[in-house]
Design a protein around this ligand. Sequence first.
Ligand SMILES: NC(=O)c1ccc[n+]([C@@H]2O[C@H](COP(=O)([O-])OP(=O)(O)OC[C@H]3O[C@@H](n4cnc5c(N)ncnc54)[C@H](O)[C@@H]3O)[C@@H](O)[C@H]2O)c1
Length: 342
Amino acid sequence: MKKVIVTGAGGYVGIPLCQALLSKDYQVIALDRYFFGTDKLTSISSHPNLTVVREDIRYCDTAIFKDAYAVFDLAGLSNDATAEIDPALTVSINYKGSERFAREAKKGGVQRYIYASSASVYGAGAKGSLRETDSLSPQTEYAKSKVAIETVLHELADDNFSPVMMRNATIFGLAPRMRFDLAINIMTLRAWKERVIYIMGGGEQWRPFVHVNDVVRAFMLMLESPKDLIHDQIFNVGSSELNYQIKQLAQFVIDVIPNVVIHTIPDDPDKRTYNVNFEKIQSVLDYRTTIQIHEGIVEIKQALEKGLLNGDDPTCYTLQWYNSLITWHNRIKELSYNDTIL
Ligand SMILES: NC(=O)c1ccc[n+]([C@@H]2O[C@H](COP(=O)([O-])OP(=O)(O)OC[C@H]3O[C@@H](n4cnc5c(N)ncnc54)[C@H](O)[C@@H]3O)[C@@H](O)[C@H]2O)c1
């Protein structure tokens, strides 16, 4: 049984990825700080091939790499807004932390290193249909950290260490650690709950989208494809047919949840717009996405209707949740007495 390490295993993508790996008989080391709670792991927590490790990628013991075949690097501040809380933190976690983890993994004998990069690296894309070889225009600390780690991994590649960089489109769909800070997910929630859709920045901006389960399939493909197809390669992960302007998403939502008022907010500090080409992953790895946007909207709506999802769960909002954790931490430091509160 091959041992694999998943960092960020308690996250939106991490949990479904662990589920997929366990269903294919991998031994999974699920490393995460579990900022969003371990309760979301219930579907897999008692699996005999799963080891849950509450650790930090910046400091964890490197003995973890012993006998590991592959690493999936998903840990970190996971969107542009969160990575702006404090640029020094983003450097520490997303850049220095991931760099350390990759270098130690290589030293520890890991053969395959699968990195969750982002299509956000294209930033304010000057042209449409952006390919892996096109120039990058990262607009945020988040995107800059992704570019930096791609570069580090490229330098580390050799006969015994095969990094592969996945530039994932913006993800949508249902998962145990739900994220309502992603465009399709939040539009669906607001439409269902408040009968309103907000379109930020005028809605003209382009984004590629991909369902969370299709991303997991891509991760599995990076693990199981022959080395010569993935070695030191960058892949855009998504589908050329799933590039949309933000304003177009509203129509998808209204088709599933009618009688909704649309508010278009002209200004948005987020200046990113990118339309991405996904021919490489299709031609090299024979990968095609399988889940359409309306299917993701339907599954979220149904989960809300059945009470399986709670739009008020604060852990679903990444930026706000991290800000709350920081505030509570400061408050507890201020109030604690003899290492306790009361
Ligand atoms: N969700 C998307 O739309 C999307 C798109 C492109 C790329 N990505 C990338 O995919 C990866 C996973 O994204 P996600 O949506 O699952 O995010 P997520 O926030 O749900 O998961 C990230 C996980 O990393 C953990 N973490 C944070 N700092 C850590 C540290 N120092 N040590 C150990 N664990 C730490 C958190 O506890 C969390 O569980 C991220 O790298 C993200 O940048 C996501």
